[in-house]
Write a protein that binds this ligand. Structure first.
Ligand code: MV4
Length: 447
């Protein structure tokens, strides 16, 4: 087992990782930017190394600084958390070169899944259902039009280097094809330095459902059921829940087996997520694979009882997994509390937290790095807490979530709490019958 892990991250996930390391008897090294001197991850870790000024590029994305910090502290592994360097192939490769275990995917796996057209081809070859469309990249706008006519409109063109909805255009008729094609190419070239596009049938009003998997070094992969992440705004998830209200036991097993096949096809080791779109007929299609721990991992922990960070560390150290799939009997939901003003287009609201009271009680878990008197720096992600609740039914979870949100006191900054409270009372949300478009029709003005 590792003796010392460097955590190449900040905020709640850095704390989350430190807590598990402490329980496992593993020493921890925090790294921090000068904006994070007063952060809890710095105080909770056994050692802390300053790695640069506030901008992420010069600190949490600064590979030489982080590798140096690992070397001088003698860390034998690095946990990258989510975001930052968690899916950076170069960083994974450099860690391997320096003999530091990267708790995440190999450079080849990251590259293979990071290029979406390649990822899709890999999954299709493994027998995972994919959305009908081009085989690989489109060679020309003419080829795109020909294929679109064949598949039938609406279609969507997507950047192969994309993610988070950038470099993506929905096209409803042939007359709009060229402009959409040009826009998507320009956007993806500017955003990713890669203008490769592929084409798919557009799936209308889908749900975003992802399967949590864990693989070990011996080729065994198991799934820990799904998370429904359909409540998103501008490709930012706000609420996640498990089980999904629309997934039957049969569909769960089919999607779970598909996710396992896909992961085994790339020899995946560690915790990962296979994302699917599910259409209104219950057909599911591979969308992307995330080779990291995700923000919403706690809801899976709450219904399965597993500590996913512990599982990541154990498989990285070479322990075998039991290989049992999991069918949850409990229900869990997570609300992401962001320092943003939901009444004003979710505008960031950094600043000092003057007063704070966190919710608690039966079935409530808070993952957060904030405290009364803490100043949220403007340089990073605006997520400041995750309210995670579990219960015996979806109804119980909704009631408990509303109760927990109402207990939450936070002063000095604006947060997404009022939005979440209104959502818990929304009949459409309560019904469970919503799609990824749900928040497009939501009234944020009367929060
Ligand atoms: C789609 C789609 C409909 N049809 N692909 C959005 C982010 C990127 N990962 C893929 N996305 C989508 N791909 C086809 N063929 C609709 C979306 C989409 C979406 C997907 C999941 C959750 C929220 C979304 C919001 C808008 C569009």
């Amino acid at each position: 087992m590792f003796k010392k892990i460097l955590i190449a991250n900040r905020g709640e996930i850095a704390l989350r990782i430190i807590r598990t390391c402490r329980e496992m008897g593993i020493k921890t090294v925090a790294v921090y930017s000068t904006a994070d001197r007063e952060s809890l991850h710095v105080r909770f870790a056994d050692e802390a190394v300053c790695i640069g000024p506030p901008p992420s590029r010069q600190s949490y994305l600064n590979i030489p600084s982080i590798i140096s910090a690992a070397e001088i502290t003698n860390a034998d592994a690095i946990h990258p958390g989510y975001g930052f360097l968690s899916e950076n192939a170069e960083f994974s490769r450099i860690c391997a070169e320096y003999g530091i275990k990267f708790i995440g995917a190999t450079a080849d796996q990251i590259n293979g899944m990071g290029d979406k057209a390649t990822a899709k081809a890999t999954m299709r070859a493994a027998g995972v259902p994919v959305i009908p469309g081009s085989e690989g990249l489109l060679e020309s706008v003419e080829e795109g039009k020909r294929l679109a006519a064949e598949i039938g409109y609406p279609v969507i063109v997507k950047a192969t280097a994309g993610g988070g909805g950038r470099g993506m255009r929905m096209i409803s008729k042939e007359a709009d094809f060229e402009k959409a094609w040009d826009d998507a190419r320009t956007e993806s070239a500017a955003a990713f330095g890669n203008d490769g596009l592929y084409l798919e049938k557009f799936v209308e009003e889908p749900r975003h459902i992802e399967i949590q998997i864990v693989g070990d070094q011996y080729g065994k992969v198991c799934h820990l059921s799904e998370r429904d992440c359909s409540i998103q705004r501008r490709h930012q998830k706000l609420v996640e829940e498990t089980p999904s209200p629309i997934i039957t036991p049969e569909l769960r097993e089919q999607m779970g087996q598909a996710a396992i096949k896909g992961a085994q096809a790339i020899g995946y080791e560690g915790a990962g997520t296979v994302e699917f779109l599910v259409d209104k007929h219950g057909q599911f299609y591979f969308m992307e694979m995330n080779t990291r721990i995700q923000v919403e991992h706690p809801i899976t922990e709450e219904v399965t009882g597993f500590d996913l960070i512990r599982e990541q560390i154990k498989v990285a150290a070479g322990d075998p997994i039991s290989g049992q799939n999991y069918t949850p009997k409990l229900f869990a939901m997570e609300c992401r509390i962001n320092a943003e003003d939901p009444r004003n287009g979710f505008r960031p609201s950094p600043g000092k937290i003057t007063n704070l009271h966190l919710p608690g009680g039966h079935g409530v878990r808070i993952d957060s790095h904030v405290y009364a008197g803490y100043t949220i720096p403007p340089n990073y992600d605006s997520m400041i807490a995750k309210v995670i609740v579990r219960g015996q039914s979806r109804e119980e979870v909704l009631t408990r979530m509303k109760r927990a949100l109402q207990e939450f006191v936070i002063e000095g900054i604006k947060t997404t709490i009022p939005f979440h409270i209104k959502l818990m009372d929304d009949a459409g949300f309560q019904s469970g019958m919503f799609t990824t478009k749900f928040l497009e029709g939501f009234d944020f003005s009367d929060l």
